[in-house]
Each structure stands twice: as C-alpha cells, then as structure tokens.
Design a protein around this ligand. Structure first.
Ligand code: ZN
Ligand code: ZN
Length: 418
C-alpha cells in the first residue's frame, strides 16, 4: 500500500467521521438553538466526540458537557476495590444529569464498549454493581425513556469491540472493518445522509401507522423451535424511527435503527421461543436460549452456553422473567445482511425481530406520557430494573397479527414483511 493510498483513506475516514457527527447532531438529537447537551462517551471516542461537539456548537448548542468513561479504570475497581464498593454508585453524578435534563439539556450516549470487559470478573460483583448503578441512574433514565427531552445513541469503533467482532483479523484491519459497518448502518455513506434518514423514517412511520390502525391483540411467531403468542398490551402504540420528544424536538433515539416495536402484555405471552442469535450480556455470551412462557412469565429457560448468567438475570426481580418489548425487523435489514454478530444491542437488535425481558416503555402506549404507574400496569405494562433484548427473528420465521376476534393476518413470511 503506498502513502498516497493511505492519505486518501485517512481523508475519507475523517470525512465519514464528520458526517457521522453531523448525523448524530442533526438526525439523532435534532438539537435546537440554545439547548445544552450532555454526552457520555468512552475515552477512545475522543476524535468522534470532538467532531460532534463542533457540530453541536455550530447548531447553536449553549453548552456541551462530555463525561468520559475509562474501561481500564472499571477493571481496576473490580480487581482492587473493597468488597462494599460493589453496592455503591455515583448517585450524585446521575442526580446532576437528571437535573440537567429537567433543565432542558439534550442527551447523547456514545457506545463502543468492550463486549467482554467484565467476562473474567466475579458474576456476583458484576450483578451487584449493575443493580446499584441501575437504581442510582433511575431518576435520569426516567427523563430519557419518557422522552421529556430529545436524546440519541450513536457508536464508535473501539479496538476492543472490533477485536470481538473480527477475532481473526489484525486489530487495525478489524477497526477499519467495524467502522465500515457502522458508517453503512448509520447511513453515513449515502450521498445526502440527512435526506437518507428522512426517507428511512418515512418508511418506518408507514409501518407503525399500519400496525397502529390494525390494533392487533397479539402477534404469533412460528419457526424452528418457536411457537409463541405474544399478547399486546391494551392501548399499546407501535413506535419506530424518529420520535417527537415532549419538548417538541424531533430526535432519532438510535443510530442506526431498523425496528418497529411496541409493548407486549406482561401476563399474556404463551408458548415456546428459541433465540436466533447469541445474546451478549455483560461479557458473557448466552447461546441458543430456549424458553417457555405461561401467562406472561418464563417458566422454563435453557441455554447451551451461559445458562447460569441467564438464570441470574431472570431472578433480578419479579418483572425480569416477563416481556417489556416486542419488535419486528425484516431479515433483509442492512445490519442483518452484513452477516456480522456485533455483540452490541444497538446493532444486533436491528438485525432481527426480537423480544426484551424486563422494563417496558411508557411511550409505547396511546397517550403514555399521561398514564400513572398503576394505569400502565393495568394495561399490561411490565416493570423491572432490566431491559434485555434478544433475537428471535430469522429468514425462517413467520409472524401473524391476531385480531381481538381471533382472525389472523400475515405480517411476515420467511422473515420479510408481507
Ligand atoms: Zn428493540
Ligand atoms: Zn429494547
């Protein structure tokens, strides 16, 4: 490879990184003039965060504040911190973030973690640290999931993540391949990325409009090892693509996104289902999950790898063994077509239809913002400290919509929209 070639590659990488930053600010956040922005990001994503920061100020941001995380520091905690460290969390920091959102700040998260960072650590410590963090983070998280503010998640190709996705490639090549996948899935390679996102959002909104008009009572998934009836919550609403936050700003919460999704009824899921892709959960790979649901609850769960972690997850709390989300994604989605397993939910959940254990989204209800916790529960909403998506879609899965009167309508055949 000659220098000239290297130089043009570097130039094109810088240009694509800048386009990703522009997509994150204009499409992901829909940042408004005078708005503050809070970013959380891994240290390694500094180059992307700087591009984003410039685009944010050029879009009129009043103040951009980035909180950087360092995975090496996380490992030091697990190796050397005293035992009682693992029941603690930076509540003061999360309270500050919640205050920023109450004050109208937008929120951007950059992901690109090492999927196996904590794989070798004590699972009990990992579980305790996660629980403490989830509890402390709740006041901030509630502002986000209720769409009080515009928010988004975008990603960054860290070396550790790239090595996990491409274990057989030299690190430099692996990072470049992962960037290619991120840029393609984030529609950054389109001639006009912002226009490409408008068209994509229009297509997703056409699907959600159709599903919201039909008001199915249940979805029926059939395929190898799967015969699952997922009752939908009363007054459920299908969402997908761009959202209008309660502050009136339009944001795309996930970059990339291919899913349309809604709330299952916490007590009306019955049958068996098998995962179609491995689930990467906090450094553990859980393979070939097979579960049986009865009246909404998982009554039997097996996995050929990671079963112990799966069982621990299901015991987190009462809602952990019930569903909080069901999502439809065509098998031909660009992320699925890449044939890669990303070990990152933002990408893997957009490769296949999926269900999520745990917490449901208030916004996936008609007029959800106005409903109390009791109203939501009465309509079938699930609540839990966890929300874990796992893939049940493939080219072999058929999905029917089941009406309140029992009539069925084909929605997907062989993993594609009918
Ligand atoms: Zn989803
Ligand atoms: Zn989800």
């Amino acid at each position: 490879m000659n220098d000239l070639h290297d130089a043009s590659l570097a130039a094109s990488h810088a240009a694509r990184l800048d386009r990703l930053a522009e997509v994150a600010v204009r499409v992901g956040l829909g940042l408004s003039h005078g708005q503050e922005l809070v970013i959380t990001a891994p240290l390694e994503s500094l180059a992307l965060v700087r591009r984003i920061t410039e685009h944010a100020y050029r879009a009129g941001a009043a103040l951009v504040t980035t909180l950087y995380g360092d995975e090496e520091a996380t490992l030091m905690r697990f190796r050397h911190a005293p035992e009682d460290s693992f029941d603690r969390a930076t509540g003061w920091l999360f309270d500050g973030m919640a205050a920023a959102y109450r004050g109208g700040a937008a929120r951007l998260a950059i992901t690109g973690e090492d999927p196996a960072l904590l794989a070798a650590q004590d699972p009990d410590k990992v579980a305790r640290a996660n629980r403490a963090r989830s509890k402390a983070y709740l006041p901030a998280l509630e502002r986000i999931v209720a769409f009080d503010i515009n928010w988004s998640i975008a990603s960054f190709a860290s070396p550790a993540w790239a090595r996990t996705v491409f274990p057989d490639l030299p690190e430099e090549v692996a990072v470049a391949r992962l960037w290619d996948a991120i840029f393609a899935a984030s529609r950054v390679d389109a001639a006009d990325p912002v226009a490409a996102w408008s068209a994509h959002n229009a297509a997703l909104h056409a699907r959600t409009r159709f599903l919201n008009e039909r008001r199915f009572a249940a979805l029926h998934f059939r395929g190898p090892g799967t015969d699952l009836r997922v009752g939908l919550a009363d007054d459920h609403a299908w969402l997908g693509g761009a959202e209008t936050a309660r502050n009136g700003l339009v944001c795309n919460p996930n970059i990339p996104t291919e899913e349309v999704f809604t709330t299952p009824h916490a007590h009306r899921v019955d049958g068996t289902v098998r995962s179609t892709k491995p689930l990467s959960y906090q450094g553990t790979l859980i393979r070939e999950i097979a579960v049986t649901f009865r009246e909404g609850r998982i009554v039997e769960a097996t996995a050929i790898q990671g079963a112990e972690v799966l069982h621990k997850v299901l015991e987190t709390d009462e809602g952990a063994a019930r569903l909080g989300e069901v999502a439809l994604v065509p098998h031909s989605s660009p992320i699925s077509a890449s044939g890669l397993l990303f070990f990152n939910t933002l990408f893997d959940e957009n490769a296949a239809s999926h269900i999520a254990l745990g917490q449901s989204y208030k916004t996936c209800f008609v007029n959800g913002g106005a409903l109390s916790a009791e109203d939501l529960a009465a309509r079938g909403a699930n609540s839990s400290l966890i929300h874990i998506d796992w893939m049940i879609g493939s080219g072999e899965i058929d999905v029917d919509g089941v009406g309140a009167d029992g009539t069925t309508a084909p929605l997907m055949r062989g993993g594609e929209w009918v």
